[in-house]
Design a protein around this ligand. Sequence first.
Ligand code: PGA
Length: 259
Amino acid sequence: MKIIKKLIVGNWKMQLQSYKEAEKLAAAILKSAQKLKNVETVLCPPFVYIQALRSRVYEVKMGAQDVFWEDKGAFTGEISPAMLKNSKVKYAIIGHSERRRHLGETDEMINKKVRAALKSGLNVILCIGETLKERKRKQTKSVLRRQLHKDLADVRHYSLLHTPYALTIAYEPVWAIGSGLPETPQNADSVAGFIRQELCKILSPKLGKGIRIIYGGSVNSKNIGGYLVMPSISGALVGGASLGARDFGKILKIANNAA
Ligand code: PGA
């Protein structure tokens, strides 16, 4: 029987001020990761470290924290899907709530990024989630529905979607990110079930069923196990806890045993 591996993504954000620090952390994580065959590990360092880390830690997959929608041109400061592909990057996080909030990324921009990334063969990790205000107003479902429909507009016919893992949805309630207040595994699982229903409508029942849904928001080595036993959750997007080799190593081990 084929083992379905859990997906654990470390999002380093704009932490780690030097390549030296990044390399040290990556090397320590690699020590844990290379022994584990039943977990898919993805590291998402800041862009400037990707190329050098790629050659250092070839056993784990490399991801980017963002990507632009054009392949080349006069777009100061941006990084294209082609550049990432050529740097052997496999995944791109798109639509993280920090980019939506601090950089004004709209669902229209996110949709362009998702389409460009998929077209160029990058695996997309699309982040969606409601704010605390929206949660209190009981708007979680309507917010997620809107984000999914807009962010995934016109991707249904992309042939890459028929390959496994081209698209992963990360459910990240904004209020749970970096707050130490995670959503409960039960609630996250029920939201993941709702996301799956919407994916089946937006894409097709067949495609919708095959897409991985992961949870993110204050995940650590103590609580990860609870998410991974949930039927609709296939892994986690980890921020703070991915910056400590010990904690992240434990997360990877737990995920490896949960497969
Ligand atoms: P956190 O971040 O694990 O620090 O809450 C998660 C994320 O932003 O992806």
